[in-house]
Write a protein that binds this ligand. Structure first.
Ligand code: GTP
Ligand code: MG
Length: 371
């Protein structure tokens, strides 16, 4: 719970502490100058003394400490879309991603072993770049959403043309809707004899997804991951949707991103896959993520190559963390160690306060149980 000392409350209103104490007495609260009172009581005192107030949220405090800048419209430039592929089990999500990746012009040159990384950017012949989040599983997607992390611009919903809408298809539709993320439907396995895309479209209608053929605005693309057909159309659909969303970012500022996944690597220590969303992340940058901070020691792309800079919509593996953050944690570059430490400690304290509050409730329940 939020608290403030009598002294501090007086200072903020430019009132003497004794006057605050008098008001408190009227409310039946006996307090000394160094005592803390809760936010609700403080609110009453503020009103009594004829002041206006605004409750400061944790986010306000963090913003204040971090000094996060707001971008000027003029500094924004178009960025690549970030796409998550979702769908029912075995409908071909991984196959479709593999097919798209095999069209990656840069990957062709590298030809090396592709390391597994939960996100990667595909460079297409057309010059377009699209960032794919290797379906983190619906559970991870939900967790990220609960933590307020919105990293996906577009959901590509894969539906097998011979199977139609299934349980996890519906789940995916609900997740996308709850996040307000537009859906493009990839009707996969069109090479199969039993393929019936019309039936899929009909079924989508029952879940309030009205496809373009039926006068709605949901794009559908018929594809086959196996026969590698319809992939260009899918790319076009994604780029069209991206254009409608007017995705923009300022690349010329300190980076802000989100942790997609993290792991403990035997040789390299803690490794986090970070999707840069604004600005450019540079080796040597000092960052805060969750309640931890550190310095970027090295960065690698999904091909395992060392890179020194990562701009908006680029996912990178970051080395230099002290622990493993959670998927959905923010990743913010700050000016110096002091700021990083301050925000990390602030967040750590918040966590402890919450835990203590939860424990307090527990003991009260135990007490009541004994009565
Ligand atoms: P999970 O990760 O288990 O949820 O499955 P997934 O959605 O990633 O499906 P996956 O790509 O593993 O494909 C499932 C099966 O469908 C595999 O046997 C694929 O070979 C097959 N498959 C995928 N796409 C196509 C396609 O376009 N045509 C045909 N005929 N089979 C396909
Ligand atoms: Mg898969």
């Amino acid at each position: 719970p939020e608290t403030i000392t009598v002294q501090e409350l007086g200072n903020r209103m430019a009132e003497r502490a004794t006057d605050v104490i008098k008001e408190l007495m009227k409310l039946g609260v006996m307090a000394t100058i160094n005592q803390t009172i809760d936010a609700d009581t403080a609110e009453l005192v503020i009103q009594e003394l004829g002041h206006t107030y605004k409750r400061v949220t944790d986010a306000d405090v963090e913003q204040g400490i971090l000094g996060v800048e707001v971008d000027d419209e003029g500094d924004l430039a178009t960025r690549s879309p970030v796409v998550t592929i979702m769908g029912h089990v075995d409908h071909g999500k991984t196959s479709l991603l593999d097919a798209i990746r095999s069209a990656d012009v840069v990957r062709g040159e590298a030809g090396g072993i592709t390391q597994h990384i939960g996100a990667y950017q595909v460079n297409l012949k057309s010059g377009n770049k699209i960032t794919f989040l290797d379906t983190p599983g619906h559970a991870a997607f939900t967790e990220m959403r609960l933590r307020g992390a919105t990293v996906t611009d577009i959901v590509v919903l894969v539906v097998a043309a011979d199977d139609g809408i299934m349980e996890q298809t519906i789940e995916a539709i609900n997740h996308a809707k709850a996040s307000g993320v537009p859906i493009i439907v990839a009707i996969n396995k069109m090479d199969k004899p039993g393929a019936n895309s019309d039936r899929v479209k009909q079924e989508l209608l029952q879940h309030e997804l009205v496809v373009e053929d039926m006068g709605g605005d949901v794009q559908t693309v018929e594809v086959s991951a196996k026969a590698q057909t319809g992939l260009d159309k899918l790319e076009e659909a994604i780029m069209l949707q991206a254009e409608l969303l007017e995705l923009k970012a300022n690349s010329d500022r300190d980076a802000i991103g989100t942790v997609i996944e993290s792991k403990l690597d035997k040789g390299r220590g803690s490794v986090a896959t970070v999707l840069v969303q604004k600005g450019t992340l540079v080796v040597g940058d000092i960052f805060v993520t969750g309640s931890e901070w550190g310095r970027v020691r090295a960065m690698t792309n999904e091909r395992g190559q060392q890179i020194t800079e990562a701009g908006p919509a680029l996912p990178v593996e970051v080395l230099g963390l002290n622990g493993t953050p959670n998927a959905g944690d923010d990743f913010i570059v700050v000016e110096n160690d002091a700021k990083a430490r301050e925000i990390a400690e602030y967040r750590e304290q918040k966590k402890k306060d919450l835990a203590a509050a939860a424990e307090g409730r527990g003991s009260l329940e135990q007490m009541l149980a004994k009565l």
